[in-house]
Ligand binder design. Structure first.
Ligand SMILES: [Zn+2]
Length: 310
């Protein structure tokens, strides 16, 4: 029985409903060397984020994958405080963000060291706690990725994934970087069915998305409801992947949120974006274009469960 590893423990993947595969609750984009990095009063975070979690829960969300990894603000005790006030099952990442955000202590270590550290976070617990990470979250530099350090991270992630079964999800802008990244993963021995291409909608050429899906990757369209993303275009991309036979590799999410400890009011620069556009707008639009409820169920419940459970 495959399980999702959440903040509150393991849960049978087939007991879940709607799962959001890419969201943010607490994120610090100032980087790990900034003063006050990833620090905030838990009560202030709960006060701001709690109502958005309540709204998501009321809309049918049963689990949420928190993608703020090491280097962009992962804070386990804050996530625990949020898990305490919501019925939504929250999943925390191991891994590390892109080159410019890698903490100094992780820049000099070996692939083997990282693989062991991440395996331990997935099997024993994070930072001395008994709370286990639920997946490996990485990021590639936008144009020249993967850099040498990012290649090291990818190879370490493959080892940790093979040790545990956990998925590797990677922030990857555009198809050129994605293809180079998938080459590294395959050469290191990963079956790309355990790989999630985060931000795949940033590649405008649909044939490249299909090629990545053909190689086995999950294609994550994670700008649902985002003001910077044309929603009609995102809809067409999703429909094209479904029409090409890749329904079971499609993931949909908002990449929304989050509490921002860089500001006294905790708000991100663009304001707080909630987690309900998928259910209120995008799913109805897919249904209107002829998708069956069964296909919606596969995409929003089964796919993220299959992607993240192990
Ligand atoms: Zn994100």
């Amino acid at each position: 029985m495959k399980k999702l590893q959440t903040i509150k423990g393991s849960i049978a993947a087939d007991s879940l409903g709607l799962i959001l595969p890419h969201e943010h609750l607490f994120t610090d984009l100032r980087g790990p060397n900034a003063g006050g990095y990833a620090q905030a009063e838990a009560s202030a975070v709960v006060n701001l984020v709690g109502p958005y979690l309540a709204e998501a829960s009321a809309s049918g969300v049963t689990a949420m994958i928190e993608c703020s990894t090491v280097g962009v603000g992962r804070n386990l005790s804050i996530l625990q405080s949020l898990a305490d006030v919501t019925p939504i099952h929250l999943v925390a990442p191991t891994g590390v963000y892109r080159d410019a955000y890698i903490p100094n202590v992780l820049r000099e270590v070996s692939e083997q060291f990282l693989a062991e550290m991440w395996t331990k976070e997935l099997t024993e617990g994070i930072e001395g706690s008994s709370i286990r990470a639920g997946f490996i979250k990485l990021a590639m530099s936008d144009n020249d990725g993967p850099t040498a350090l990012e290649v090291r991270n990818l190879r370490a992630a493959v080892m940790a994934s093979q040790n545990t079964g956990a998925a590797i999800a990677s922030h990857t802008i555009g198809g050129k970087v994605a293809m180079r990244e998938m080459d590294v993963l395959e050469q290191a021995g990963l079956d790309l069915h355990r790989f999630i291409w985060i931000h795949a909608q940033t590649e405008p050429d649909i044939s490249i998305l299909k090629e990545a899906a053909q190689r086995g990757a999950y294609i994550e369209l994670d700008s649902v409801g985002a003001p910077f993303q044309s929603q009609p275009e995102l809809l067409e991309t999703a429909l094209a992947l479904i029409a090409a036979g890749y329904t079971r590799q499609l993931l949909l999410s908002h990449d929304a949120g989050w509490y921002n400890p860089a500001r006294a009011d905790g708000l991100p620069e663009e304001g707080y974006r909630g987690y309900t556009a998928l259910t209120s707008d995008f799913i109805p639009a897919l249904l209107q274009r002829g998708l069956a409820q069964e296909q919606i169920r596969l995409i929003t419940i089964n796919n993220p469960a299959d992607a993240f459970a192990f």
